[in-house]
Write a protein that binds this ligand. Sequence first.
Ligand SMILES: [Mn+2]
Length: 461
Amino acid sequence: CETFPLAIQLPFKGKVRWQDFDQDLYVGATVVRPGQDPYARNKFNQVESDKLRMDRAVPDTRHDQYVVPLSTRLIWLHTTVLVLKKSPPQLVKEIILVDDYSDNPEDGALLGKIEKVRVLRNDRREGLMRSRVRGADAATAPVLTFLDSHCECNDHWLGGRVAEDKTRVVSPIIDVINMDNFQYVGASADLKGGFDWNLVFKWDYMTLDQRRARQGNPIAPIKTPMIAGGLFVMDKEYFEQLGKYDMMMDVWGGENLEISFRVWQCGGSLEIIPCSRVGHVFRKQHPYTFPGGSGTVFASIQSRLEMKKRLGCKPFKWYLENVYPELRVPDHQDIAFGALQQGGNCLDTLGHFTDGVVGVYECHNAGGNQEWALTKDKSVKHMDLCLTVVDRTAGSLIRLQGCRENDSRQKWEQIESNSKLRHVGSNLCLDSRSARMGGLTVEVCSLSLNQQWKFTLNLQS
Ligand SMILES: [Mn+2]
């Protein structure tokens, strides 16, 4: 991992060094009072966050994993302070905080007293994408680093990868800051960013071959189909040249997929840099509201399509084949696709192959053993294995067998508004009641919750 010499810089007139900023005064204004929900405001535990010091030590998680319970109020102050503390000063020209019309203008304004910090406040709620573009437009340095407000930069997180080639867009390995107790946990270095067909970002574990290939050089940059989107570095000119973000995008979400597709298809690349680690508070829900409902955020993409044409961008098919060949693409033979879900559990091959039984396992949204397709010829398929009813009596175990055309033992259909799977030849339903005692079975169709199954994606509805 590269390191940079640390030059000493003095703060500008009228600004304070981060070490001299009065954290207690700043944090004290928004403490959670007894009886208030600590998750209400930010969807993470603010009581725990407020206990931390603004410059808490962050464990060095590079090439290793460990958990260290440590002590900051993670929102702006902490993120800002750690950028200053963990970066060679000559690499940080300024920190631009965009306050997207938060309820208290002081939150941002006070931070503007810290060295290098500039605060821009929107005069109405603009959402993530337009706020980022506003910050980027205001920036005077040649390279942009986007960071969410709830991050902790680790040692040596900033490097020169983008300066060498401005078409590289790079992201750190994103360590996990627990939203309940704010423990900092190192993330695996064997992950790439991807997405599922609900267009939700997910992490993909590298294949065995990919991991083997990296053994000799574990710190080599990892080409990734997708970046998580909250934390990345991009050349400012290149960001502008590629069309920044779609200014018609509202609120939050989806922009990470869009910019990832655009970078790859329009001639750039995305990389995860294993030497760079930044912690991030992953929340179960985002704290934003969608005025009028999330269905109202769709807008015309005509001008974006024209822009991609102008830039000579490659088609999405090229991206799927060359950048993300691991992704299984639902085809015109599929009626339904993805995980087959029952509550929090999913139909799982359990790693079994021909003649093995199937079971359920906690849904992991990573495809793999939980990826299924119901096809037009009525088979329930995982790769080239099909769910097979060997014995057509209630209570008999279902097995995986190679898919065969016209084998009635492998024919299934969705019934009752696609909530159940019925084996056509026996009229029995896929059932999980014996999942823990041997595997999934077929049973007389009933109202039992053990027979309720839902595909991630129904392509006919
Ligand atoms: Mn975030």
